[in-house]
Design a protein around this ligand. Structure first.
Ligand code: AMP
Ligand code: MG
Length: 329
């Protein structure tokens, strides 16, 4: 749902509390970080994350960065090893994002990590961002506060020109300083540079005492290509075969339904889950990864998926479903 009135407030003493209350209700709040203005949503609330994708008009679900107030909060959502801990201690708060394994019981919504078992986490240095995260006490997913395909905003006016009427609140903290995005380093195996940004590579390598590995598209190929931004995360895919646009159900299939009228044969399905019985695309997006995962574990021959309208968030849902249905390498 779009919000017809976007409130703009100055980043004064009360702003953090107002922003936290809005986030807690599932609202969308733009706020300054030291890199660019971010568009925040409660990372533990899948409906809020679905609204965030809708507000940005993103045609695909990329995993989002979870912003937290401090290292302790980061450790509640992600597992640190010795190297990632060194980087966090050296550069947080600051423009460094770490991609780490999710912690046991990680509360970040599947939609926010695009179904991956890893989570990108950062502690921003901007006092306004920090005050909001502190007041909320939950991770905040925050991509840049612009429409998909537009440049990242460095002032509240930039945010308003893209997102007025689409989000709940803009906290104006003046122009931001860095204007480039955070450096992203994955600490899953060898520390790997996923995206250059606000913290220079040389400083990271100095702290680690080793060179960062490069993210490459296909490590086994003869001529590995660097990954393009936005293509950094390998994608979540169910192990069970996925069949799209199903109009009836075959024996031994599980059904991923959408809308009030479920297709014939569903009585015999090994399992049925409905993305949104009332046909709401925001609700469907919020349920997408959780339902796929649940059906994946049921021993079905295939997961049959009912057609999803290719409008609004349906475009991103269909993008994800097509990837899930593509033959796996
Ligand atoms: P932005 O929020 O626009 O600064 O971009 C977030 C970037 O982080 C995207 O390029 C994502 O692909 C990347 N990212 C977020 N989560 C993960 C993850 N779990 N694994 C790899 N890359 C990630
Ligand atoms: Mg962006």
């Amino acid at each position: 749902m779009t919000d017809p009135s976007t409130q703009l407030i100055a980043a004064d003493a009360k702003a953090a509390e107002i922003a936290a209350q809005t986030l807690l209700r599932g609202g969308l709040v733009a706020f300054p970080t030291e890199t660019v203005y971010g568009l925040g949503a409660d990372a533990t609330n899948p409906q809020a994350i679905a609204r965030l994708y809708q507000a940005k008009g993103r045609p695909a679900f990329n995993p989002l960065i979870a912003h937290v107030a401090d290292l302790a909060a980061a450790q509640a959502i992600a597992r640190f090893d010795a190297q990632s801990l060194k980087l966090a201690q050296a550069f947080w708060p600051g423009p460094l994002t770490l991609v780490l394994p999710k912690a046991e019981g990680c509360p970040v919504a599947d939609l926010a990590t695009a179904g991956l078992d890893t989570v990108a986490v950062r502690v921003p240095a901007h006092p306004v961002a920090h005050a909001i995260l502190q007041a909320l006490g939950r991770p905040v997913a925050a991509p840049s506060a612009n429409l998909s395909g537009h440049v990242s905003p460095t002032t509240a006016a930039h945010v308003a020109s893209d997102l007025d009427g689409r989000i709940d609140l803009i906290v104006d903290g003046g122009p931001v300083r860095v204007g480039v995005e955070s450096t992203i380093v994955a600490c899953l195996k060898a520390p790997t540079m996923l995206r250059p940004g606000g913290v220079p590579r040389s400083e990271i390598e100095r702290v680690l005492g080793i060179a960062l590995a490069e993210a490459v598209e296909d490590i086994d190929s003869d001529t590995p290509q660097p990954l393009a931004p936005g293509m950094l995360a390998s994608h979540y895919a169910p192990r069970t075969k996925v069949r799209l646009n199903a109009s009836q159900l075959a024996d031994g299939e599980a059904l991923l339904a959408f809308g009030p009228s479920v297709i014939s044969g569903s009585e015999h399905a090994t399992a049925v889950l409905n993305l949104s019985p009332r046909g709401d695309l925001v609700e469907a997006a919020a349920n997408l990864f959780g339902h796929l995962r649940a059906l994946d574990g049921r021993g079905a021959h295939a997961i049959a998926v009912m057609p999803i309208p290719d409008e609004g968030l349906g475009e991103a849902i269909n993008d994800r479903l097509r990837r899930a249905a593509a033959p796996q390498e």
